[in-house]
Design a protein around this ligand. Structure first.
Ligand SMILES: Nc1ncnc2c1ncn2[C@@H]1O[C@H](COP(=O)(O)OP(=O)(O)OP(=O)(O)O)[C@@H](O)[C@H]1O
Length: 239
């Protein structure tokens, strides 16, 4: 795969994210080798594979949290190391764990995220003060705003984390098992949210075993079949 520099006038629309010859070894075992793929605006990439195949590790590499790998990750045509500011300002990462503070209320957790991000977030049509309330309502937590997170169920705690998808506008969402602990209604709403993000031109990379009811924007990477150094399969067909 050739990555052209963003300064090349002939290359006006580089993919948002591109990965070239990405390899990662842990415990003297290759998780994946020579992985190549690109992700453009409007696409959802689903990373699949058995337990321990390297899905979370790949997401951590793609989100700039783990750098012990070979190969390169590009953001809008530039190595992430050279575009770090723009990359981080465009990224929203939700990890495997909800990553919330149990002693803080649902609302305080979102305020904490806002403070960490150092930006004034707003939900469409809602000012920044009311945006956390709107984000919690959007994930079905209206009425639970002032409840300490540790008193909420696992699914409700996950919903606090998912509220950030409504609160914090970012082009690239990197999501580790976002459907975990979510009920049927919540799964349908989250699927719609991901599709709406893609329809607006955003991109999503995620690990999940969830099967989308509408796979039109979906591509898949399968990890785990590359113990001999074969390239993981990239399923270009709609899942
Ligand atoms: N901090 C670490 N130090 C050393 N090895 C690690 C570390 N984190 C993960 N690994 C190893 O890397 C491999 C891949 O782990 P990873 O969490 O990426 O897999 P996964 O596909 O996300 O698994 P699961 O489906 O169980 O969540 C595992 O064998 C794991 O033991």
């Amino acid at each position: 795969m050739s990555i052209q520099p963003a300064t090349d006038a002939a290359y006006s629309a580089p993919p948002l994210l591109a990965v070239e010859a990405l390899s990662c070894e842990r415990d003297e075992r290759w998780l994946f080798r020579e992985l190549d793929f690109m992700l453009s605006g409007g696409e959802i990439l689903q990373i699949e594979g058995p337990n321990g195949s390297g899905k979370t590790t790949l997401l951590k590499i793609l989100s700039g949290q783990f750098n012990d790998h070979e190969g390169e990750v590009y953001w809008r045509g530039q190595p992430v190391s050279r575009a770090r500011g723009d990359f981080l300002a465009s990224l929203l990462y939700l990890g495997h764990q909800p990553g919330i503070k149990g002693a803080l209320t649902a609302l305080e957790n979102l305020a904490w995220y806002q403070a960490l991000g150092g930006v004034v977030d707003r939900v469409a049509g809602v000012d920044s003060v009311n945006a956390p309330w709107a984000a919690l309502a959007a994930v079905g937590l209206a009425g639970f705003e002032d409840v300490p997170a540790q008193q909420l169920s696992a699914g409700q705690q996950r919903r606090i984390a998912l509220a950030r998808l409504h609160l914090t506008p970012r082009a690239l969402w990197v999501l580790d098992e976002p459907f975990t602990a979510i009920d049927i209604e919540g799964v349908a709403a989250l699927e719609q949210l991901l599709l709406a993000h893609a329809e607006r031109g955003g991109s999503v990379v995620m690990t999940t075993h969830h099967r989308f009811s509408d796979p039109s924007r979906l591509r898949r990477i399968q990890l785990g079949g590359n113990v001999d150094g074969q390239r993981p399969a990239l399923d270009e067909e709609s899942a």
